[in-house]
Design a protein around this ligand. Structure first.
Ligand SMILES: Cc1cc2nc3c(=O)[nH]c(=O)nc-3n(C[C@H](O)[C@@H](O)[C@H](O)COP(=O)(O)OP(=O)(O)OC[C@H]3O[C@@H](n4cnc5c(N)ncnc54)[C@H](O)[C@@H]3O)c2cc1C
Length: 267
């Protein structure tokens, strides 16, 4: 039975409490609170991050550092994070975005986790506080394996150069709809060719995932319709789509290359 709510003052205290048996971390609560209200959990205490000084955006030398408890609305309003606005606005509704945090988005089940898809494409790093101190992990590791007893303190990434960022989410409605497929891509171009390719997908597996075949098809090529077509032809092999109330696995597989092309070519 849930008997206590803790409001730790800093990340170290939060991590200490989070490591206790029966603890659950509470950030914006958009996933945790419905479970609490439904009694569908085995927690005895909640560790609320609201007072742990984990919120806020800092940008220095074109690198963003975002506190884990920063809301999606705050990220969407930040002038230097404008490239993420389309992704933020594709998540839930304004009410949800006023509560939901970047840290929480890393852990939600598919077909949610659209910002996590972006962070995967951005090659983000995640600072994790545990009882043993703070360590920096690639976002891939956090998405795949979680953070154990630790808590996410912040997320960092390099701001993409203009024209190198692409995002598209196919959904059934304009608001409050999980992904049919989500595509985020960071494709820096040097000397007219794609120098590095990071393509990440949502709705295409149990967790957000990279698309290595599509990335390989883009690297070293001019980012034109032919290169995108070649990547679209192989991207299905990078996906493991599933069936849920929003779409069948068959449908997700069919529309993935279409939305990938639209994401990159703006069709
Ligand atoms: C109606 C509705 C529509 C939605 N639509 C979308 C959508 O379109 N796209 C989308 O991406 N998501 C969607 N979501 C999912 C969701 O709300 C997340 O996007 C949100 O970011 C979760 O953040 P939170 O702060 O509310 O997490 P919480 O509910 O507080 O926590 C979620 C999970 O993350 C863990 N957690 C949170 N913060 C930390 C931390 N700092 N360290 C360690 N663990 C942590 C919690 O313990 C819990 O397991 C939707 C949810 C609802 C209810």
């Amino acid at each position: 039975m849930l008997t206590s709510l803790h409001l730790p003052r800093d990340a170290a205290e939060a991590a200490l409490l989070a490591a206790q048996p029966g603890s659950a971390v509470l950030a914006g609560g958009t996933v945790v609170m419905p479970a609490v209200n439904a009694g569908a959990h085995g927690w005895t205490q909640l560790v609320c991050l609201a007072r742990s000084v984990l919120a806020g955006v800092r940008i220095e030398n074109r690198r963003a550092q975002i506190g884990a408890a920063t809301t999606l609305a705050e990220i969407g309003r930040h002038p230097e994070l404008e490239f993420l606005q389309a992704a933020i606005e594709s998540i839930g509704s304004p009410n949800l975005r006023n509560l939901a945090t970047i840290g929480g988005n890393l852990f939600v089940a598919q077909p949610y986790g659209d910002l996590a898809v972006c962070l995967l494409a951005l090659e983000a790093t995640v600072a994790v506080q545990s009882t043993e101190g703070v360590r920096e992990l690639p976002v891939e590791a956090v998405i795949a394996d979680g953070v154990g007893d630790g808590i996410v303190v912040s997320v960092g990434f390099e701001l993409p150069a203009q024209g190198s960022w692409f995002y598209r989410k196919a959904m059934r409605r304009q608001q409050n709809s999980g992904a049919i497929v989500t595509i985020a891509a960071w494709l820096p171009v040097e000397d007219g060719k794609v120098a590095k390719a990071r393509v990440a997908l949502g709705g295409c597996g149990p967790r957000p995932r990279r698309a290595p075949s599509a990335e390989a098809a883009l690297i070293g090529r001019k980012l034109d319709a032919q290169a995108v077509e070649a990547a679209a032809a192989v991207i299905g092999g990078d996906a493991e789509p599933f069936t849920d109330a929003l779409a069948s696995a068959w449908y997700r597989a069919r529309v993935l290359p279409v939305h990938f092309r639209r994401a990159l070519l703006g069709e």
